[in-house]
Design a protein around this ligand. Structure first.
Ligand code: SAM
Length: 463
C-alpha cells in the first residue's frame, strides 16, 4: 500500500507522459501490460524519495575511509542530540562498490507514524525536503495551530497545490503527511513579526522517511548530491591541467566535482544565466577549497565569440577552446524525487527542447576537436533525452556516441529511432524499472543504483 499518493500532474501532462512511456517502439518490445505497469510505477515512485541518500565525499581533501569515519561520528552526535527516545537507530554508511567518492546511507521508510491533532502546514518544496531528511525551516511554514508554542509536538503536512493561505490556522485542501516534529518557535514569532524569522521552525523527530539531516555536517568533506549527478562527473572524465566548460552550472554541484576530479589543477569555467545563482557556485567552490573554478553570469547560448581567436578569461569564448564541455541542461525536471505535485503545463514542459538545442550548438562549437561533450538532464521525457541525441547525431556529423564509465543505470529508452547499439551507449536512470514499495527489492549495490531520481546521460566525442 502506498503511504504517499502518486505524483499529482495536470491531466494533459499525465497523458503526454503516458504517450512517452507507451510509445510504439516500447509497446512492440515489452507489450501493453508491461508498458502500462512501468508508467504506473513511475507515477508512484516520483512522489517518494530514493531509498539511499548519496553523499559525495571530498576525496581531493581526505581519503574516503577517513571521511566515512568522521561522518559516522558527526551523525552519531546529531542522533544523540535529536533522539526523542533512548532507542539508537543503527547508522549504516556504505562506500559505493564502483564509484570511489560516493558514500550511501540507507533511508528508513515509509515508517508507521501516528498523526497528531496539532497540524503545521508547509509548502510542497519544504515537504519534499523533509522527506529527504531535512527539518522544517521557518520560511517553509504556511499554517500552524492558533495557539502553537515552542515545544509543542505537531504533525507536519505538505500543501500539494500551494492553496493554503499564509498565516492560516487550519487547511482543508489537498495535503500529505510527512511526519511529526517539535515546534521551535511560537506561532507569533513565525507570522506576526515585522522581521521574518529564520532557522528551524519544526525539528522533525518522527519523519515518515528517516535519513540524517546534513545541515552543517562536515561542509567541506560531505556534499549531498544525487547518485546520477555524481556519475556525470566521472563520465565526463576530466584530467588535471585541462580546460573544462560547465555551461549551466548553478548551484555548482557538478562544477565542484569536476574540479575535485582534476585535483584542482587546470581551469573549470562555470556559466549560469541567473546572477544570484553565481554566488552559490562561488560559495560551494570556497566551501570545498577549490580554486580552479571561475564562475560567470552569462547566457550560454551566446557563449561563442564571433571575434577572431583570442584567449579570453571570461565569456564569450573562442571556438574550440575547451577540452571537455558539460551541458547539464535546463529541463522539465520530471525525474526529481520526491516530487508530490507538479503544476507545470504541457507547454512549459515542451519549451525546453528548443533551448537545449541552442545550448547544444554552442557546446559543439566551443569544444576542441578530440574533446568530450556530456549532455545530461534530470527528466524522463524522450524529447529532452533520446530525441536530442538522435537530433545531435544528425545535425553534427563530427559527433559520435561514446561508452560511459561507470555505467550503472539502464540503457536509453526506445522511441526516438536510435539503434540498439546507440541505446546501449546511453545511460538512463529509470526508477520505475526497480520500484518496489515493499522494500524487498534487490540488495545493494543494485538497489541504490536503480532507485535514484530519473536522469539521463549521453557522452559524445568530437572528431
Ligand atoms: N549543473 C548544475 C548542478 O549540478 O549543480 C545544475 C544545473 S540546472 C539543471 C540548469 C541551470 O541552467 C539552472 O541553474 C539555470 O539557471 C541555468 N540556465 C538556464 N538557461 C541557461 C542559459 N541560457 N545559459 C546558462 N545557464 C542557463
Amino acid at each position: 500500500m502506498s503511504i504517499l499518493p502518486r505524483i499529482s500532474l495536470k491531466p494533459e501532462v499525465a497523458d503526454f507522459l503516458r504517450s512517452v512511456f507507451m510509445n510504439k517502439e516500447v509497446l512492440a518490445a515489452v507489450g501493453h501490460q508491461e508498458a502500462e505497469c512501468r508508467f504506473q510505477k513511475l507515477l508512484a515512485c516520483l512522489s517518494h524519495p530514493p531509498s539511499y541518500t548519496c553523499v559525495r565525499a571530498s576525496t581531493h581533501l581526505a581519503p574516503l575511509e577517513e571521511i566515512k569515519h568522521k561522518l559516522a561520528e558527526e551523525l552519531k552526535k546529531q542522533q544523540q542530540m535529536c533522539s526523542s527516545s533512548a532507542e539508537e537507530v543503527s547508522l549504516q554508511i556504505l562506500p559505493h562498490p564502483r564509484i570511489p567518492d560516493v558514500l550511501l546511507l540507507p533511508v528508513d521508510g515509509p515508517r508507521a507514524v501516528k498523526r497528531l491533532t496539532s497540524e503545521v502546514v508547509v509548502g510542497a518544496q519544504c515537504g519534499s525536503a523533509v522527506l529527504r531528511g531535512a527539518h522544517v525551516f521557518v520560511p517553509g511554514i504556511v499554517a500552524s495551530p492558533k495557539y502553537m508554542k515552542a515545544g509543542d509536538v505537531v504533525s507536519v503536512f505538505a500543501d500539494l497545490e500551494g492553496k493554503c493561505t499564509r498565516g492560516a490556522t487550519s487547511f482543508q485542501g489537498q495535503s500529505v503527511f510527512v511526519g511529526n516534529g517539535v515546534a521551535q518557535l511560537d506561532r507569533s514569532s513565525i507570522f506576526c513579526t515585522n522581521e521574518p524569522a529564520k532557522g528551524i521552525g519544526v525539528r522533525m523527530v518522527e519523519p515518515l522517511y528517516q535519513s540524517p539531516s546534513f545541515d552543517g555536517v562536515l561542509p567541506s568533506l560531505a556534499f549531498l548530491q544525487n547518485l546520477p549527478s555524481v556519475v556525470v562527473g566521472h563520465v565526463l572524465g576530466p584530467r588535471p591541467g585541462e580546460r573544462i566548460l560547465d555551461m549551466c552550472a548553478a548551484p555548482g554541484g557538478k562544477t565542484c566535482h569536476i574540479a575535485a576530479l582534476m585535483g584542482d589543477q587546470g581551469e573549470v569555467v562555470a556559466l549560469d544565466r541567473i546572477r544570484n545563482k553565481i554566488d552559490r557556485i562561488r560559495q560551494n567552490a570556497q566551501m570545498l577549497h577549490l580554486r580552479s573554478i571561475k564562475a560567470f553570469c552569462f547566457n550560454s547560448t551566446q557563449a561563442v565569440s564571433s571575434e577572431p581567436a583570442q584567449e579570453a578569461a571570461g565569456p564569450p569564448f573562442s571556438p574550440e577552446s575547451f577540452d571537455r564541455v558539460l551541458l547539464d541542461a535546463p529541463c522539465s525536471g520530471l525525474g526529481q524525487r520526491p516530487n508530490m505535485c507538479s503544476t507545470w503545463s504541457l507547454k512549459e514542459i515542451c519549451s525546453y527542447q528548443p533551448l537545449q538545442r541552442k545550448l547544444f550548438h554552442a557546446a559543439v562549437r566551443l569544444l576542441k576537436k578530440g574533446g568530450v561533450l556530456v549532455y545530461s538532464t534530470c527528466t524522463v521525457t524522450l524529447s529532452e533525452n533520446e530525441e536530442q541525441v538522435a537530433w545531435a547525431l544528425d545535425t553534427f556529423p563530427c559527433l559520435t556516441l561514446q561508452s560511459q564509465e561507470p555505467h550503472i543505470g539502464a540503457e536509453g529508452m526506445l522511441g526516438a529511432g536510435l539503434s540498439p547499439e546507440q541505446l546501449r551507449l546511453l545511460q538512463r536512470f529509470s526508477p520505475e524499472l526497480n520500484w518496489d514499495q515493499t522494500g524487498t527489492a534487490a540488495p545493494l549495490p543494485c538497489r541504490a543504483d536503480g532507485d535514484t531520481i530519473g536522469f539521463f546521460i549521453a557522452k559524445f566525442l568530437k572528431d
